[in-house]
Design a protein around this ligand. Structure first.
Ligand SMILES: [Cu+2]
Length: 562
């Protein structure tokens, strides 16, 4: 088989081809409108910020490991947890998952590219510009602590703390402006995915035959269109308050800080599903292939995803049970939040039913997905606990809440992202990731994750609130905090093993070939990596498993799907 790996120039090539070749290579990536290259750019960009956001977490975990610690100053501490949250949600979670979608959706539906390739390129560069502008605040921002102040108001930037009275510097402006710019990039990508899915499917790829990955990215993109907009509107209102004499969020002048909180969570909670549904989408592709069984309950999976999409728009105030809403409002948001739990339950049932009776191969992607199911179950249960208003009154903004949402953001989303890397890296690069390093990555990350976030539930139940800079020694939180910090460092080592695997395998990994996992969706029908034009001939699809049909025409349990 010809060596079809992705051409990655190295120092040798530079010496032979001189800088010209390298510059030409750089130029080809800078001006690309190819969905595959843009997908890879999104992923590399997000991996960089995953490391940055991870380092921020390690620094404040050192600060919190001991009582009365002054490892960093209070101001820097506030910047670190604000930037950690903002980075992981806006510069890692969304772009990395849209990166996977950018790379895979056209391939999975048998299309040549996205519907709007130039909009696609613009969307990436807006996203990247927004992210780097946010980090420029570390240099350009001017806050209470002088030059070089990053946003320090929490990732949800509650009013009135963001007002000029409490935050006279530019760090809040960097937060709002950079997310507005990145937000337009995200909107552009969402428009592209919706248009591509609706208009670019190859012959026979009916909606009822689309891979679940594509279905979920369609729901996510529609959700993005209706949730990024209120956030952008609120950020513009904030800038009007700060510079044009507005009073939207200023209670002393007829405005209301609660208005910001409502706006933020009208975006913020659906945002959780903009992040977790793509993770579910990855699990929907990996679990069946490694169980050697088609997904259980395809239609129920689609319906549950659409259901989550809709209901997630009606739960936002479960983040506001402590603001003093009426009993009726609280009850409404308790119930709507628990309805989402039903849809997630259907999905967890279907993943287990898919594995049930299957011939399961626990290769690294499947290890990450199996752990994901277990952790999503726990995250769901603590979510239901927190959705009960009286319980939430006790634990709101405690480390129990931090543990809960990291169970979703890391335990579900990051675990699935890692699974996606081990599953689709061979397709994009043409070489396999090393399985031995993969197993090390998995077990170290699994242990580190549980040491950190299981323990965090308990220090929360012991009453430790979030965002505090330090704590007294007599609260009994020290032991638990040291364990949490040790877990964080184990996770960091696991991520370094992963990064090393990514770099090393690009040159030394086993050649993958077109279809290393014996899968059944169309991306595996192309060479690895796929040529710029994707398919030499438009595929014709006759079922939900187009490649399986081609490879197993006489499969006894194959049946024609209308
Ligand atoms: Cu929520």
């Amino acid at each position: 088989m010809a060596d079809q790996t992705l051409p990655i120039p190295g120092p040798l090539d530079e010496q032979q081809g001189g800088n010209a070749a390298f510059l030409e290579w750089m130029h080809s990536w800078a001006v690309t409108v190819d969905h595959k290259k843009l997908g890879i750019l999104y992923i590399v960009y997000s991996l960089f910020f995953l490391l940055v956001g991870g380092v921020e977490a390690l620094i404040f975990r050192i600060q919190l490991a001991f009582p009365y610690s002054h490892f960093v100053s209070p101001g820097v501490y506030d910047e670190l947890f604000t930037m950690h949250g903002t980075t992981m949600v806006f510069l890692v979670g969304m772009p990395i998952l849209f990166g996977f979608a950018n790379y895979l959706v056209p391939l999975m539906i048998g299309a040549r590219d996205m519907a709007f390739p130039r909009l696609n390129a613009l969307s990436f560069w807006l996203t990247a510009f927004g992210g780097f502008m946010l980090y420029f605040s570390f240099i350009g921002g001017f806050g209470l602590y002088g030059m070089g102040s990053a946003p320090d108001v929490g990732w949800f930037a509650y009013a009135p703390l963001t007002g000029k009275a409490f935050n006279p510097g530019h760090n809040v402006d960097y937060w709002a402006l950079s997310l507005i710019v990145a937000g337009f990039g995200t909107l552009g990508t969402a428009i592209n995915i919706v248009a591509t899915t609706i208009t670019m499917r190859c012959r026979g790829m009916k909606l009822s035959r689309m891979p679940l990955f594509v279905w979920l990215m369609l729901v996510v993109s529609a959700l993005t269109l209706v949730t990024i907009t209120p956030l952008t509107a609120a950020q513009v209102m904030l800038l009007i308050d700060r510079y044009l004499g507005g009073h939207f969020f200023d209670a002393t002048a007829g405005g209301s800080p609660l208005l910001w909180i409502h706006f933020f969570w009208i975006f913020g909670h659906p945002e959780v599903y903009v992040l977790v549904l793509p993770a579910f989408a990855i699990a929907n592709e990996v679990i069946p292939v490694f169980s050697r069984k088609a997904i259980f309950g395809y239609t129920a999976m689609v319906a549950a995803s659409v259901g989550i999409g809709f209901v997630s728009l009606a739960v936002w105030a479960h983040h506001m049970f402590t603001v003093g809403m009426s009993a009726f409002s609280n009850s409404f948001f308790v119930l709507s939040t628990q309805v989402v739990g039903i849809f997630t339950g259907i999905k967890i049932f279907n993943w287990i039913a898919t594995m049930w009776g299957g011939r399961i191969r626990f290769a690294t992607p499947m290890l990450f997905c199996t752990a994901f199911i277990f952790q999503m179950l726990i995250a769901g249960m603590t979510g239901i606990m927190l959705s009960v208003a009286p319980w939430d009154w006790q634990l709101h903004n405690s480390y129990f809440l931090i543990a809960h949402f990291h169970y979703v953001l890391v335990g579900a989303i990051v675990f699935c992202i890692f699974a996606g890397f081990y599953y689709w890296y061979p397709k994009a690069i043409g070489r396999m990731l090393d399985e031995r390093l993969g197993k090390w990555h998995f077990w170290l990350f699994f242990i580190g994750f549980h040491v950190t976030f299981d323990t965090m539930h308990f220090v929360g139940l012991e009453g430790m609130p979030r965002s505090i800079y330090t704590y007294p020694a007599d609260r009994g939180w020290q032991g638990l905090n040291i364990i949490i910090s040790i877990g964080a460092f184990i996770q960091a080592i696991a991520v370094l093993v992963f990064v090393w695997n990514l770099i090393r395998s690009a040159r030394h990994g086993k050649i993958a070939g077109n279809d290393p996992w014996d899968a059944w969706t169309l991306e595996w029908a192309t060479p690895s990596p796929p040529p710029a034009y994707n398919f030499s001939k438009e595929p014709v699809v006759r079922s939900r498993r187009p490649l399986w049909d081609i490879k197993h025409p006489n499969d006894p349990d194959w049946k024609y799907e209308p």
